[in-house]
Design a protein around this ligand. Sequence first.
Ligand code: 5GP
Ligand code: ZN
Length: 113
Amino acid sequence: MENCLFCKIVRNELPSTKVYEDDKVLAFNDIDPKAPTHILIIPKKHIASIAALEDEDCDLVAHIIRTAKQLAAAKGLDNGFRLVVNTGRDGGQTVNHLHFHLLGGRAFSWPPG
Ligand code: 5GP
Ligand code: ZN
């Protein structure tokens, strides 16, 4: 069993505010939101990052992106949103379980800092 923060959230060993769940993915509110809507969408299976993806995970990633689209619509993010996957040290990843940030409800600048 993985000793991983987000795996513990998947197993309900740690609390989270869930917004969507099925057999493959879980979506929950970020504990430190950076926008009015800030949802983390994760695979239930432990995958460390985009860099650790296997070819067999492609359908799972597509399912996560479809979930992001559905949640964005459900949250009324009609003006747009941002889907972010920080990866590795330079990417700013702090939790080593793949997660997609769904951010919306305000305009975002580009490029990132
Ligand atoms: P990263 O920096 O790895 O891209 O994103 C990790 C995200 O996880 C951060 O936005 C952080 O606020 C969030 N986070 C860290 N610990 C917890 C937690 O225990 N619960 C929830 N809901 N979010 C967390
Ligand atoms: Zn994990």
